[in-house]
Design a protein around this ligand. Structure first.
Ligand SMILES: [Zn+2]
Length: 397
């Protein structure tokens, strides 16, 4: 009798999983799926990498896998490394990455369309194309010039991440010593100008005090384009609960980062121990960045345990618990990270997030919000705030 029950149960369980997969895929394909931060732009800019070329094993991102992963909108990171800041070529570098991204979009008009508003993202989905968006990462890219900030915005840059790993001359970062105790007066004028323009302020990478200063000042909702929850992993790149609550109050959205070194506290400890070896590889292969990356990846794959997908979902659920279901999204950081979670190892795997959220009992409406609707709401509100202010300044209502 027991044997009969057991043999009856197995197919039932399998059918349940299959039905859930069917539901997850249907939901995923119809939803707007937004990835707040992707770094494939470095390969596009430096190596002339064509997104249409399948690159499994080398990069996390290509067009076939974006299609497979049901990605509706992707933020291409206009990332400016600190070495360009040191050599006083930060704006030139940003322009090179903006140009490479525009050229990639122009090269694939049937797959990609440049979008600068929330409604354009919805239209892109309708037309069967992936919405391509630009987000500048590192406030140093504007070289202390609001004119440059405005010019970036006109070139289609929808958000500016105020810092990267280092402080800028006007904002402190989470991973470097404080130089300004948050935002300087010029930093505050950057925030005000972004509000006026209707440009999203991205607080990923900034220090807690900078984030707090932005929240004190911004009249529009803000975003964290690729940040997770510090209560679950004590990395400074993650956001503490008090600031998650304030982002909720501000109406913003926290787009959860997938990087195991940030989200899995076991990994950050091991990575710290590995740092001298990683540094030795960086020095040894200084003239060959690709070889350096490959050697470091090999070492990390040998020494670091794989983080399960469930850890990413735990971070999403923590943001929901503290900030609410209306304030969470996804910001993979793919192609900017050296290791990835299991079953979330490239852009084709986004449906696994949808499946896992449904499996944990989240409603279809909740999952749609997480996948993209929360971000779209924030984007539309920021545009609206910007337009309202511009009207005011030009003498309108
Ligand atoms: Zn980043």
């Amino acid at each position: 009798m027991l044997a009969t029950i057991a043999s009856n149960e197995a197919p039932v369980a399998e059918t349940h999983a299959e039905a859930l997969w069917h539901q997850a895929l249907g939901l995923h394909r119809s939803a707007i799926v937004v990835d707040g931060h992707n770094d494939i732009t470095s390969a596009m800019t430096d190596d002339g990498y064509d997104l249409a070329t399948p690159s499994t094993g080398k990069h996390h991102t290509d067009l076939p896998r974006l299609r497979k992963g049901g990605v509706s909108a992707l933020f291409f990171a206009i990332y400016v490394d600190n070495k360009f800041v040191i050599s006083n070529t930060a704006t030139r570098r940003a322009l090179a990455v903006i140009d490479a991204t525009h050229r990639e979009i122009e090269r694939h008009p049937n797959d990609l369309v440049l979008c600068t508003t929330a409604s354009q993202i919805r239209a892109a989905k309708q037309s069967g194309r992936i919405a391509a968006l630009l987000g500048a990462e590192n406030g140093a890219a504007i070289e202390n010039s609001l004119a440059t900030l405005r010019a970036f915005h006109r070139l289609g840059v929808c958000y500016l991440t105020l810092t990267h790993m280092q402080a800028t001359t006007w904002a402190d970062a989470s991973t470097a010593p404080s130089l300004h105790n948050g935002l300087t007066d010029f930093g505050k004028s950057v925030v005000r100008e972004m509000n006026r323009l209707g440009m999203m302020i991205d607080v990923s990478h900034v220090s807690d005090k900078t984030m707090s200063d932005v929240l004190d000042l911004s009249t529009a909702p803000i975003i964290a384009s690729h940040s997770s929850a510090r209560a679950l992993a004590p990395h400074p790149r993650n956001i503490p609960d008090d600031l998650l609550k304030r982002i909720a109050k501000n109406g913003g959205v926290v787009m959860v980062n997938f990087y195991p070194a940030y989200i899995d506290s076991r990994i950050s400890i091991i990575l710290e121990q590995l740092e001298p070896e990683l540094d030795a590889i960086r020095t040894q292969w200084r003239e060959q960045p690709a070889r350096s990356r490959a050697e470091r990846r090999k070492l990390m794959e040998e020494k670091i345990p794989v983080t399960p997908l469930s850890v990413v979902i735990d971070h999403i659920e923590h943001v929901i618990k503290i900030a609410g279901i209306d304030h969470v999204g996804l910001g993979s950081d793919f192609d900017g990270i050296s290791i990835v979670p299991a079953n979330l190892s490239d852009v084709s795997m986004f449906p696994n997030v949808t499946y896992e959220l449904l499996r944990r009992g989240h409603s279809e409406e909740a999952v749609r919000k997480i996948l993209g609707e929360n971000f779209l709401r924030v984007f539309a509100e920021v545009e609206h705030c910007g337009t309202a202010k511009a009207d005011h300044i030009s003498g309108g209502h």
